[in-house]
Design a protein around this ligand. Structure first.
Ligand code: C2E
Ligand code: MG
Ligand code: MG
Ligand code: MG
Length: 284
């Protein structure tokens, strides 16, 4: 049976990046103040089970609500925050916001909804990270296996031994791990079977070139196989068309995320979206 999405699922949402915003002059002081004043929120993007169409989880994507410039996207401030040592405090703000929002997300999206959050690899160099993380999850009252940390493969190569130690401790505490942007990093294949990840995310560049070249289709199909062979769930990011979704379904990919399902949305709008999506599925 061909997978179909409820009406309106693929409609264009309004939260697109204004290209004029892309270059904003921001000072380090502004970034520091943004941390102090907690000017960060999360947008949420659904991840659907490709077989059933059900919403499996959400990825929280950070946005800076700049007092003058409005919404600023992570690519425009995360690299600088990493350089000036603000990425750890930002990471904790994001985690606490995500865990707080997850309660509301579960009310509309189901009690097993999973929350994926992006962590910078530098945070994983701290051996205390797993304990701090586990304590916050415990306080928030959600199950640790509902939380998935997304790590980009390119960062993993540095300080590999220590990072693997931290990742293993996180897994022992029940937290799930996902390798983000898979395929874009450097020489990851040698490392892949050592990383205790539970999930592999195929980078959107492969998903989006699938329609153009056989080679990209081979890459995607083989990545799904490798992920499964290593016991991981496989997520495709950047799914924008029904054709892409169908190819992924035929090749056994587990989870899809992308504009075809929904763009990332602010919490209130995401809650509305999820309610409508679930109602649409039930009435089918
Ligand atoms: P990512 O984790 O790979 O997130 C996916 C990015 O692709 C998001 O951009 C998302 O809006 C975009 N996207 C989703 N679906 C589609 C689609 O169908 N087509 C296209 N063209 N794009 C799609 P965003 O939100 O601008 O985030 C960019 C990156 O910033 C993220 O890439 C992640 O690496 C980083 N990031 C986001 N939030 C955080 C955070 O809280 N902490 C850290 N350290 N990094 C974060
Ligand atoms: Mg991610
Ligand atoms: Mg990604
Ligand atoms: Mg990315």
């Amino acid at each position: 049976k061909k997978q179909t999405l409820p009406d309106g699922a693929a409609k264009i949402h309004t939260h697109t990046r204004a290209s004029a915003q892309a270059k904003i002059a921001m000072t380090d002081v502004e970034l520091q103040n943004a941390i102090l004043n907690q000017e960060f929120i999360l947008y949420y993007q659904p991840q659907i089970d490709i077989k059933s169409g059900a919403v499996k989880g959400v990825e929280g994507l950070v946005r800076w609500q700049h007092p003058k410039h409005g919404i600023v996207f992570p690519d425009d401030f995360i690299p600088r925050m990493e350089q000036i040592g603000l990425i750890d405090p930002l990471g904790w703000i994001v985690l606490m916001r995500g865990l707080t929002d997850l309660k509301q997300l579960m009310e509309k999206g189901g009690s097993n909804l999973r929350l994926s959050l992006n962590v910078s690899v530098s945070s994983l160099h701290d051996l205390r990270f797993p304990d701090k993380m586990a304590a916050l999850i415990r306080e928030s009252g959600v199950k640790s296996n509902q939380v998935i940390l997304e790590i980009t493969e390119s960062g993993l190569i540095k300080e590999l031994a220590r990072t693997l130690d931290v990742l293993t401790r996180l897994r022992l505490k029940g937290v799930q791990l996902s390798i983000d942007d898979f395929g874009t990093g450097y020489s990851m294949m040698q490392q892949l079977n050592h990383i205790p990840a539970t999930e592999l995310k195929i980078d959107k560049s492969f998903v989006q070139n699938m329609s153009e070249t056989d080679r990209d289709r081979v890459m995607v199909a083989k990545t799904i196989e490798i992920g499964h062979e290593l016991g991981m769930k496989v997520v495709a990011e950047g799914v924008e068309t029904a054709t892409q979704l169908e190819f992924l379904r035929l090749n056994g990919c587990d989870i899809a995320q992308g504009y075809y399902v929904s763009k990332p949305l602010p919490l209130p709008e995401f809650l509305d979206w999820v309610e409508k999506y679930r109602a649409g599925r039930e009435s089918e």
